[in-house]
Design a protein around this ligand. Structure first.
Ligand SMILES: Cc1cc2nc3c(=O)[nH]c(=O)nc-3n(C[C@H](O)[C@H](O)[C@H](O)COP(=O)(O)OP(=O)(O)OC[C@H]3O[C@@H](n4cnc5c(N)ncnc54)[C@H](O)[C@@H]3O)c2cc1C
Length: 478
């Protein structure tokens, strides 16, 4: 089944209210970000895009939304990246649905490997769940990041052991978990929450090595949310996303019972850490699609405002636009390389290359503020001080506002207003702040990518190279 946006919205409406926001307990009607998730359904019904947005399930042979797919080969990884860039361009930022499928891909690999080592039954359970996930076109989110308490203490050494989500009881029919996951993107807009560990775990930390999936409105789950929005605008000056936004949750598991058929890891500490790393890897590969899209938006907006300001042919402007192209296409190129250099896990799932994914994510995160810096520089100060739209159309001052907004010849005051209002949305709104933070920390802070790169990269081979060229070791060909 490939759901329509209307079918997705109906399923959200049917969920029980457990969204705590602004002093109210809410259901799922009209939460910020709904339109973005709906778009992931709509795109799967656009004929010209179906080659990217849909595919065939490797377990049932049925057509599915690509956001429900387990990557089987290089082409799948390439298509996922391309789809992500295309979709993220359409919404001007985060497309919101990658977290769920990135965690599902990681689970497909780790459940298999854990079974091989420990004789457990996680993979078969996972495959049953995957069937349900694909046949119902489930929107999943990933709750990985624990609240973590004291950053220098391991889970077992925290003053309060609940600061990393853990198993507090094992029963015949399931487990009881307690803890909270931070920064859970779009959680109230997901049918299902997929939970994975955050970090490497020691042999004594089996209680924290737990992975499972439950419905978002499940008993004991409390979503403590806040959202951000672009500004509202009057209809004459509106943009497709004015007044719309996004949402994150502090997802609390208040002694939640999870039946065994929804448990995909429970106690195998070494696989807890591997699962954490693998989710991050898939998610960083998704960033090689969405982050270039964000750069595309910043780049296009920067070029447009430069044109409206009459400065587009200036040397410094061209230099700055070239820098934006370099960020976008280097990150995108690394994503392609990660797919081309990918390997197949024993489960059959395709795994992108670790170094290329992490280099890309680190480069994107470290350049994010620089990209905003370029756009702000080329726009000048107006996005921060733009008069309200009501004054733009006011009978008393409207014509004066239009006269004094004038920039390059031939550009209408309406288009000038819309361009600067969009930059204001992108750089000066509550949404802007969240997007910038997401650009740095989403998928892991830059230092996490550095750790992944250094842990994988063959530096000894580079030292041997230096020794040969320096004459310290014998110089050989081949
Ligand atoms: C907008 C947004 C959306 C997100 N969406 C999701 C989501 O959907 N699902 C999800 O699971 N996560 C999500 N994340 C979480 C994201 O992965 C984390 O923010 C990121 O991993 C950093 O964790 P943290 O926020 O706890 O920061 P911290 O880990 O507290 O980092 C703060 C600083 O402390 C340093 N630090 C932390 N621990 C150590 C240590 N042991 N030793 C030395 N230095 C240390 C870090 O390097 C960093 O410089 C999201 C984040 C954001 C901002």
């Amino acid at each position: 089944m490939i759901r329509t946006a209307a079918e997705y919205r109906d399923s959200l409406s049917a969920m029980k209210p457990n969204v705590y926001m602004n002093g109210e307990v809410l259901g799922r009607d009209n939460l910020p970000g709904t339109e973005i998730m709906e778009l992931t359904c709509e795109l799967a019904h656009v004929d010209s895009l179906k080659h990217l947005t849909t595919t065939t399930s490797h377990i049932t042979g049925e057509p599915i939304n690509r956001f429900c797919h387990i990557h089987q080969n290089q082409e799948d990884l390439l298509a996922k990246q391309e789809m992500t860039r295309m979709a993220a361009r359409m919404v001007g930022g985060c497309i919101a649905r990658c977290m769920g499928i990135d965690s599902m891909n990681a689970l497909s690999v780790i459940t298999y490997q854990c079974d091989q080592t420990h004789g457990t039954e996680y993979h078969q359970r996972f495959l049953e769940y995957l069937k349900y996930f694909q046949q119902n076109d489930i929107v999943g989110c990933c709750a990985q990041t624990d609240v973590k308490g004291h950053r220098m203490r391991r889970p077992a050494k925290q003053t309060d052991p609940d600061l990393y989500l853990r198993v507090i009881e094992k029963k015949k029919d399931g487990i009881v978990v307690r803890g909270a996951k931070a920064h859970n993107s779009f959680a109230p807009l997901a049918d299902e929450i997929i939970v994975t560990p955050t970090r490497f775990l020691g042999p004594d930390e089996g209680d924290w090595a737990v992975a499972f999936a439950i419905p978002g409105d499940y008993p004991g789950v409390k979503l403590v949310c806040r959202g951000a929005k672009y500004r509202d605008r009057i209809s004459e000056l509106a943009s497709p996303f004015s007044g719309k936004g996004e949402i994150e949750s502090l997802t609390i598991f208040d002694d939640v019972f999870v039946p065994w058929d929804r448990v995909f890891l429970c106690g195998e500490a070494e696989f807890g850490g591997q699962l954490a790393l693998l989710f991050s890897l898939y998610h960083r590969h998704s960033y090689t699609g969405c982050k270039p899209a964000v750069s595309d938006v910043i780049m296009g907006t920067s070029a447009l405002v430069a044109e409206y300001n009459g400065i587009e042919k200036e040397k410094h402007v061209r230099h700055k636009l070239a820098q934006l192209i370099c960020v976008a296409e280097l990150v995108y190129g690394c994503g392609i390389a990660a797919a081309v250099k990918s390997t197949q896990a024993p489960s059959g799932t395709q795994i992108p290359d670790i170094v290329y994914c992490n280099v890309a994510r680190k480069h994107a995160g470290e350049n994010l503020y620089h990209e905003y810096d370029i756009m702000s520089d080329l726009a000048g100060g107006l996005p921060a001080t733009l008069p309200y739209d009501t004054e733009f159309v006011s009978p008393e001052v409207g014509e004066l506002v239009k006269k004094y907004l004038a920039r390059a010849d031939g550009v209408s005051p309406e288009n000038i207003y819309k361009c600067f209002a969009w930059i204001s949305d992108m750089a000066c709104s509550s949404m802007a702040g969240v997007m910038q933070y997401a650009g740095v920390h989403g998928g892991g802070s830059p230092v996490m990518e550095e750790i992944a790169i250094l842990g994988t990269y063959n530096m000894e081979e580079k030292k041997d190279l230096a020794k040969r060229l320096a004459g310290i070791e014998e110089y050989t060909l081949g």
